[in-house]
Design a protein around this ligand. Structure first.
Ligand code: SAH
Length: 210
C-alpha cells in the first residue's frame, strides 16, 4: 500500500511515509473487509460512515505540513486511522485532539487505536459537534476536517481556535461533492492557498453558452 501511495505521488514526505509504515490500517478496517485492508478504497465502519481511502488521507496529510510537537485538531474521528497517523507524526511532544459527532464511533476509534499498539499518550478523543472546534485544547497549529463541509470562514470557531500562520485542510463543497482546499491563517483572516477564478470553457463537453 505504501509503495503504491509513493509511486502515485500521494505520499511525498519522509514523515508521512514513516507514519503510514508505523500505523497498520488493518486494525481500523472492519472484520468483513480485512482482506481489503491495504487497497485504496473507503469502507463502511458503521453508523453510516466510512474510513477514507488511503490516497485521500495521504494527500490531506501532505498538505497539512505537520511537524513533531504540533498541536492538531481533527474533525471527524471515524475509525481513528487518520488520528493515529497524525499522532505518529507529531510525536510525544505534540498532541492530536479529535472530535466525533457519533459516540459509538469515538469508542470504536479508541479501541482500534488501542489494538493497533500505538502509544496513544498524545491523543485526546472528544464527542461533540466538531464545527464548534474544541476550545479546551486550543490554540492549534493545524486543523484537518475529514468530512465534507460547505464553507470555511474566519468567524468559525475552527478558524478562531487556530494559531496565526496555521494551516487548515478540508474538503469544501456540496453535500456529496467537494474539493480538498488548503487555508492559511494570516492577520486573523483565512486565505485560500489557490484562489481560482477562471472564465468558463464553453463547448459540447464544457459549459453551455448561457
Ligand atoms: N478520519 C476518519 C474518516 C471519518 S469520515 C477515518 O480515518 O476513518 C467523517 C466523520 O465525520 C464521520 O465519522 C462522521 O460521523 C463525522 N462527523 C460528521 N459531522 C461531524 C461533526 N459536526 N463533528 C464531528 N464529527 C463529525
Amino acid at each position: 500500500m505504501v509503495d503504491y501511495l509513493l509511486s502515485f505521488g500521494w505520499i511525498t514526505s519522509e514523515s508521512v511515509k514513516r507514519a503510514f509504515l508505523e500505523v497498520d490500517r488493518k486494525y481500523f478496517i472492519p472484520k468483513n473487509f480485512q482482506s481489503d485492508a491495504y487497497s485504496d478504497n473507503a469502507y463502511p465502519i458503521g453508523s453510516g460512515q466510512t474510513i477514507s481511502a488511503p490516497s485521500v488521507i495521504a494527500h490531506m496529510l501532505e498538505k497539512l505540513y505537520l511537524n513533531g510537537g504540533m498541536n492538531v485538531l481533527e474533525i471527524g474521528t471515524g475509525s481513528g486511522y487518520n488520528t493515529a497517523l497524525i499522532s505518529s507524526i507529531v510525536g510525544k511532544k505534540g498532541k492530536v485532539v479529535t472530535v466525533e459527532r457519533i459516540k459509538e464511533l469515538s469508542s470504536l476509534a479508541e479501541n482500534n487505536i488501542k489494538n493497533s499498539g500505538l502509544d496513544a499518550g498524545n491523543i485526546e478523543l472528544a464527542v461533540g459537534d466538531g464545527t464548534e472546534g474544541y476550545f479546551e485544547s486550543s490554540p492549534y497549529d493545524r486543523v484537518i476536517v475529514t468530512g465534507g463541509i460547505p464553507y470555511i470562514k474566519k468567524e468559525m470557531p475552527l478558524v478562531k481556535q487556530m494559531k496565526e500562520d496555521g494551516i487548515l485542510v478540508a474538503p469544501v463543497g456540496e453535500r456529496f461533492y467537494q474539493n480538498i482546499n488548503v487555508f492559511f491563517k494570516k492577520d486573523g483572516r483565512i486565505v485560500k492557498t489557490l484562489p481560482v477564478l477562471f472564465v468558463p470553457i464553453i463547448g459540447k463537453y464544457g459549459f453551455s453558452e448561457k
